[in-house]
Design a protein around this ligand. Structure first.
Ligand code: ATP
Ligand code: MG
Ligand code: MG
Ligand code: MG
Length: 564
C-alpha cells in the first residue's frame, strides 16, 4: 500500500476523555474514531488490525472443526421470552419495536438464535456433534462504556455454539475450543492466562476465561505460581456484602408459593436487596416439578438476574450443604454438581445455595428480605473475596498471588440450559427424544486489539506483533519527491516486498521526514526501512525493528531476511 493512496490520520495529543494508554494510542494512531458513547468507527488503519485478528480467529476455529455461519444482529423477543431471558437480561439488552409494534432486541449474544436453528435442523443423533461460529457485531448497553473499544456498546465478537448427544462429547469439544483459544492468543503474541470463571449461568463443570495480563485490567485473578490454578475473583466479589453486616433481620413469613409470578414480581415480592443479594428460591416449573432458581444482584445494573439452576428430584427438607449435594445427586462432601466452573467457584456456589435454600425448607415458606452474608452463615469453603497474596492456594500446592487481567475470551459448558428451555431435542439410536447438550465459546475480537496495545507500547507509540500489525514493514523514504535515487530505491524495495507477499506500507506522503518517522512508530509498524541518499551512496538502507534502540545499515536486498 502506498500511503498517498491510503488514509493516515494521526494526532499529537489524545482527546482528554481517553484514560488508558491503549485508548489514547488507538485514537492518536487513527485506528478508531468515536461517534458517540461506546460507539466507534474502525478507521482504515484500525480495520486492517481488526481483520488480522479476525482471520487468525477464523483460521483456528476452522482448524478446530467449527463451521462458520452468520446470524441476524436483530432478534425477535419471542425467542428471548422462550429462554426466559427477555425478563432477566436487564438494561444491557437494547430493545426496539418494529412498525407493527413487535418487540425485538439487538443481540448481545446468540444462544437463543442458534438453539432455534439447532432445534429445527437437528433430527437425529447422527447429525451430532455440531459446532457453529460467527464473527459479528454485538450490542450491549453497558452501564459504563469506557476505554474505547475495550468496553464499548457495539463490538465485534466471535461466538461459537456446539451441540451434542451427551456430556462426554461436549467435554471433548470444550477441550478442543480451549486448545484453539490458546493457539489464537499465542499467534497474536499475547501474554495470557486461562482462568476458572463464573459462568453467570449455571451448568456442568466448566467455564474458563482467557485473560490478557495487564495492570489496567478490570478483572482480578488469583493464581498459584507453582500450579496451573487460576480463578477470577469476580463471583466472590459479587457475593461480598458491600457494607458491614447489620444484625440479622430476616423474618420467616408464610407467603404463597410464587409460581405464577414473573421474576421481577418475585424480586419485589420477596423484598430482595439488589445490591447484596444471592438468593435461591424454589418455584414450580412448567411440568409441576419444583425448580431451583438462583437470584443474583447485579451491582452495576441495579437489577436482579435469575437463573434456573436445576429441577429438583428429591424434595429439599433441610438445608445443609450436604443436603443440597444429596438433592442434586452428588456425594456428600463433594464439590457439588451445580457449581460454576472451577473448584473454588463451584464450592462457593453450593455453599451459597445451602445458605439460601432457607426459602424452600417448608412448602410455601420463604424468608423475606434475606441477604447473603448478612443474614446467613459464612460459606464454609474456600473464599476468594478477601484473598490476599500469600494465602494458601485451594490447589494445595502453593500460595496465591493476585494480578489484573482483561477478559478476551470465555468458554462455557451450557449443558441443557437452552435446549431445555427451548425444546431442542434429537432422536437417540433407540428412537427416544433427548435434550441436546450445549457449549458456547466467545472471543472479544475488537477488545483484543485494545488489550494487545495495553500490553505492548512505549513512549513513542504502539508496538504491534507481526501477526496483528496493520502493515508488517514500513518504508520511509527521506525525500521521495526530492531524490531520484531515493524514489527509485524505495519503489524497488516496495515492489520486492509486495512480490514476496509482505504487507508493506510505502510512506510517500509529502510530509517532513520527522513526521513520517514519528507516525510509523506511533502506529506500531514492527519493521521499518529508512531510505536516504547518504546510505544509498554505500548501497545501504537502514533497518530498525520497532523494539530496537537503533537502526542497522543493511543492503536493500537483505531487508527481507530481517522481516521474515
Ligand atoms: P465483561 O466481564 O468484560 O463484561 P462478559 O463476561 O460480559 O465480559 P461474555 O458474555 O463472556 O462477556 O462475552 C464474550 C467476550 O466478548 C468477552 O470475553 C469479551 O472479550 C467480549 N466483550 C464482552 N463485552 C464487551 C464489551 N462491552 N466491549 C468489547 N468486548 C466485549
Ligand atoms: Mg459484561
Ligand atoms: Mg466477564
Ligand atoms: Mg465472560
Amino acid at each position: 500500500m502506498r500511503a498517498s493512496q491510503f488514509f493516515i490520520s494521526t494526532l499529537k495529543e489524545a482527546p482528554s476523555e481517553a484514560e488508558l494508554p491503549s485508548h489514547k494510542l488507538m485514537l492518536r494512531a487513527g485506528l478508531i474514531r468515536r461517534l458517540s458513547s461506546g460507539l466507534y468507527s474502525w478507521m482504515p488503519m484500525g480495520l486492517r488490525v481488526l481483520k488480522k485478528v479476525e482471520n487468525i480467529v477464523r483460521e483456528e476455529m476452522n482448524r478446530a472443526g467449527s463451521v462458520e455461519l452468520l446470524m441476524p444482529a436483530v432478534q425477535p423477543a419471542e425467542l428471548w421470552q422462550e429462554s426466559g431471558r427477555w425478563d432477566f437480561y436487564g438494561k444491557e439488552l437494547l430493545r426496539l419495536k418494529d412498525r407493527h409494534e413487535r418487540d425485538f432486541c439487538v443481540g448481545p449474544t446468540h444462544e437463543e438464535v442458534i438453539t432455534d436453528i439447532a432445534r429445527k435442523e437437528v433430527k437425529s443423533y447422527k447429525q451430532l456433534p455440531l459446532n457453529f461460529y460467527q464473527i459479528q457485531t454485538k450490542f450491549r448497553d453497558e452501564v459504563r462504556p469506557r476505554f474505547g473499544v475495550m468496553r464499548s456498546r457495539e463490538f465485534i465478537m466471535k461466538d461459537a455454539y456446539s451441540f451434542h448427544a451427551d456430556f462426554d462429547s461436549l467435554k471433548q469439544t470444550y477441550q478442543d475450543m480451549y486448545d484453539a483459544y490458546c493457539r489464537v492468543f499465542e499467534r497474536l503474541g499475547l501474554t495470557f492466562r486461562p482462568v476458572a470463571a463464573d459462568t453467570g449461568s449455571i451448568g456442568g463443570t466448566g467455564s474458563h476465561e482467557f485473560q490478557v495480563l495487564a495492570d489496567s485490567g478490570e478483572d482480578v485473578i488469583a493464581f498459584c505460581p507453582t500450579s496451573p490454578y487460576a480463578a477470577n475473583i469476580e463471583l466472590a466479589e459479587a457475593l461480598a456484602p458491600s457494607e458491614p453486616r447489620p444484625a440479622p433481620s430476616a423474618k420467616l413469613e408464610k407467603v404463597l408459593t410464587p409460581k405464577t409470578k414473573t421474576i421481577a414480581q418475585l424480586v419485589e415480592f420477596l423484598n430482595i436487596d439488589v445490591k447484596a443479594t444471592v438468593k435461591a428460591i424454589v418455584v414450580e416449573g412448567d411440568d409441576g416439578a419444583p425448580v431451583l432458581m438462583l437470584l443474583r444482584g447485579d451491582h452495576e445494573l441495579n437489577e436482579v438476574k435469575a437463573e434456573k439452576v436445576a429441577g429438583i428430584k428429591t424434595p429439599l427438607t433441610f438445608a445443609s450443604p450436604d443436603a443440597i449435594r444429596t438433592a442434586f445427586g452428588a456425594q456428600p462432601g463433594s464439590l457439588g454438581p451445580v457449581g460454576f466452573a472451577g473448584r473454588v467457584v463451584a464450592d462457593r456456589t453450593v455453599a451459597a445455595m445451602a445458605d439460601f435454600v432457607i426459602g424452600a425448607n417448608e412448602d410455601d415458606y420463604h424468608y423475606l428480605g434475606a441477604n447473603f452474608g448478612r443474614d446467613c452463615a459464612e460459606a464454609e469453603v474456600a473464599d476468594l473475596r478477601n484473598v490476599v497474596p500469600g494465602d494458601a492456594s485451594p490447589c494445595g500446592q502453593g500460595v496465591l498471588e493476585l494480578c489484573r487481567g482483561i477478559e478476551v475470551g470465555h468458554v462455557f459448558q451450557l449443558r441443557t440450559k437452552y435446549s431445555e428451555a427451548m425444546g431442542a431435542t434429537y432422536l437417540t439410536r433407540d428412537g427416544k427424544h433427548e435434550l441436546m447438550e450445549m457449549g458456547c465459546y466467545g472471543i472479544g475480537v475488537s477488545r483484543i486489539v485494545a488489550a494487545a496495545i495495553e500490553q505492548s507500547f512505549d513512549e513513542r507509540g504502539i508496538i504491534f506483533s507481526d501477526t496483528m500489525a496493520p502493515f508488517t514493514v514500513g518504508i520511509v523514504p527521506m525525500g521521495y519527491y526530492r531524490s531520484e535515487a531515493v524514489k527509485a530505491a524505495a519503489d524497488a524495495l516496495y515492489a520486492d516486498l509486495k512480490a514476496a507477499g509482505v504487507d508493506v506500507l510505502l510512506d510517500d506522503r509529502e510530509e517532513r521526514p520527522g513526521v513520517l518517522l514519528a507516525d510509523s512508530e506511533l502506529i506500531g509498524i514492527p519493521h521499518r526501512v529508512v531510505i536516504g541518499d547518504r546510505g544509498l551512496k554505500e548501497g545501504k538502507v537502514e533497518y530498525q525493528h520497532r523494539t530496537d534502540a537503533e537502526a542497522t545499515p543493511v543492503a536493500a536486498d537483505e531487508v527481507l531476511a530481517h522481516v521474515l
